[in-house]
Ligand binder design. Structure first.
Ligand SMILES: Cc1ncc(C[n+]2csc(CCOP(=O)(O)OP(=O)(O)O)c2C)c(N)n1
Ligand code: SF4
Ligand SMILES: [Mg+2]
Length: 284
């Protein structure tokens, strides 16, 4: 036991499953691991029931491996495909009613600040595009406008995947899905610009095709949320099942979209957040 943050009660040594024992001995808590260390530690999510080649599953894996302090992080999720994986994530996490995630996260962050005044507790929302850009947009924007110190991470598969493929505000114009057979009529919502205009101090749009960039964005977003204000990371995470992409080609599909100009990586940083990042990144 390296950090004392997770331990097996005396007497239970022999009966705990080997996966749990491995988590205690070799997990990422308190170790400061990053994605460059993947393969050398027991990950927070190793098995899940999501479809083969799911871009969202890969995005979630990379996001969890990028958390600056998993031992002091609580994730707030919402209904959708990611909710099927969260019961197997070895991290405190809350499943909130669809769309309410940023309201729940706000209360949690405030309560943790009162309960642990001398400790940093990161509250990170991880939810789908339907939960963030459509049904929960009210709660999301209100948390940004109130400048809550939260990070909101969207797993953007451009669809309501878990309910069989309806278009979302994040689907691109013309997208054809099982339940949008004629193609979407309207363009993709520019949520990064809306997030910036609503007070997010750090905004990034990334994808699992560039893991280091994704990791940097997640870490920066969480660190800025501790100090400066709300932050938003949009991770393009294609859904092979609903978009009928060969499950071996999810990453090539992201790269193709980027080449065609149909998906852009971006970073929008406020002056205050940039000054903060300069200080901490210089130190590290
Ligand atoms: C209050 C409420 N409204 C609607 C639903 C039905 N529902 C379940 S998952 C889902 C779509 C989720 O879409 P998204 O947030 O994009 O996540 P994805 O499944 O694509 O990962 C919907 C509408 C629900 N479970 N609860
Ligand atoms: S339906 Fe799509 S987003 Fe959901 S688990 Fe399957 S591939 Fe992933
Ligand atoms: Mg979705």
């Amino acid at each position: 036991m390296k950090t004392g943050m997770l331990r097996i009660s005396p007497g239970f040594d022999d009966i705990m499953p080997s996966e749990y024992r491995e988590l205690v001995d070799n997990g990422p808590y308190g170790q400061g691991y990053a994605i460059k260390d993947l393969g050398s530690f027991k990950e927070l999510l190793e098995e899940h029931p999501l479809c083969a080649g799911c871009g969202l599953a890969l995005a979630l894996r990379l996001t969890l491996a990028s958390l600056p302090a998993p031992e002091d992080t609580v994730v707030v999720g919402s209904t959708g495909c990611s909710a099927l994986a969260f019961p197997q994530v070895a991290l405190h996490n809350i499943h909130s009613l669809f769309g309410n995630q940023n309201a729940v996260a706000t209360g949690l962050k405030r309560a943790l600040r009162l309960r642990f005044p001398d400790k940093v507790k990161d509250v990170v929302v991880i939810a789908g595009d339907g939960a963030i850009a459509d049904i929960g947009l009210d709660m999301v924007m209100q948390s940004w406008l109130r400048r809550e110190n939260l990070t909101t991470i969207m797993l953007d598969n451009e669809a309501y995947a878990n309910t069989g493929g309806q278009e979302s505000g994040m689907s691109v114009q013309g997208a054809v899905l099982n339940m949008a057979p004629k193609g979407k009529n309207f363009p993709k919502l520019s949520l990064p610009e809306i997030a910036q205009a609503s007070g997010c101090a750090y905004v990034a749009s990334v994808s699992p095709a560039k893991p280091k960039q994704l990791s940097k964005a997640v870490r920066r977003a969480i660190l800025v949320a501790r100090d400066t204000g709300p932050t938003y990371v949009q991770i393009y995470s294609p859904c092979p099942t609903n978009y009928k992409i060969n499950s071996k080609e999810t990453i090539s599909y992201i790269k193709w979209r980027e080449r065609e100009g149909l998906y852009k990586t971006t970073e929008l940083i406020s002056q205050q957040a940039q000054a903060f990042l300069d200080t901490i990144e210089e130190k590290s």
